[in-house]
Design a protein around this ligand. Structure first.
Ligand code: MN
Ligand code: MN
Length: 287
């Protein structure tokens, strides 16, 4: 039989992510973990569903006039989810640290938001002082939630122990204590960033890590998520904002997209949306 690629399409990886690790500039991995989901679980199915959904998209972005086939991307499959949360977070940390130390940009598909803490920790270990850019409907600044300090509801509070430079965008929900903490400790915005905020982040001169909780979008655009929060942004508003990060592309060390929950989704729209955000962000940050 002739070469397999003539007849068979690889669709278990993210779209176009078939470069070898060594030659790749971007390295994707999934974290199918939703152990800290507080309302509806299901984000454990996010990584595989977002990958599958990515094949609905074209590899070409007309807005960016760039094509995923021009970028070297590897997809390392999913982190093993076994043991307690501490062991799982440690495994995520080790996986990300190795990739970052090789100087590659990390792209992680969650999973609930708790998976971001080990990723930020790895970025700090690999690159030193950094800026965290956080898109979300929620502050995620609780000291702990239901006795767990590593809940998705407290992930940014844990990240604050790693870096004091945190920019939160699209936030529209949180306890009074979370807002008060944010007003005195982070840069929190109900709006999405514009040129001014991008330049401010740039002026810090530090590496940047981006975390995107899909619920920053309005539930109309991203119904497939565990804790939908009304009055959010449209997909177009978010992606137009992400294009601004091209100015920061040399500084950005990686990003994650979390809280996509396929069991809550309608017609795969949230998974496809997440896949498109990943495509546009990779093409924005690519060489
Ligand atoms: Mn959220
Ligand atoms: Mn979140």
């Amino acid at each position: 039989m002739e070469g397999g690629n003539i007849y068979f399409q690889e669709c278990y990886r993210y779209l176009c992510a078939y470069s070898d690790y060594e030659e790749s500039d971007f390295v994707i991995f999934g974290v199918p973990y939703d152990g800290t989901a507080t309302y509806k679980p299901g984000a454990r199915f996010g990584p595989d569903e977002v990958r599958r959904a990515s094949w609905v998209l074209e590899t070409y972005s007309p807005n960016l006039r760039r094509d995923l086939t021009q970028v070297k991307i590897a997809d390392l499959d999913n982190v093993i989810i076994e043991g307690d949360q501490r062991e799982i977070l440690e495994r995520i940390y080790r996986a990300a640290l190795g990739i970052m130390r090789d100087g590659k940009k990390v792209v992680v598909i969650g999973g609930d938001h708790s998976i971001t803490y080990p990723l930020v920790k790895a970025a700090k270990e690999a690159y030193g002082d950094l800026v965290l850019v956080h898109f979300d409907a929620h502050c995620d600044l609780r000291e702990e939630y239901l006795g767990n300090r590593y809940s998705h509801a407290s992930v940014i509070r844990r990240c604050y122990e790693v870096t004091g430079d945190i920019y939160q965008f699209g936030i529209r929900s949180g306890e009074r204590e979370e807002w008060e903490f944010a007003w005195s400790n982070t840069h929190i915005f109900t709006k999405l960033p514009g040129e001014k905020e991008i330049q401010e982040i740039r002026s810090l001169g530090k590496p940047v890590y981006i975390t995107i909780d899909i619920d920053v979008l309005d539930p109309a655009y991203a119904p497939g998520t565990g804790t939908p929060e009304p009055c959010g942004y449209s997909t177009k508003e978010l992606i137009d904002t992400l294009y601004l990060f091209r100015d920061l592309r040399d500084k950005i060390v990686g990003f994650d997209i979390v809280e996509v929950s396929p069991p809550c989704d309608i017609n795969s729209v949230t998974s496809i949306t997440a896949a498109k955000i990943i495509r546009e962000l990779i093409l924005t940050l690519g060489r």
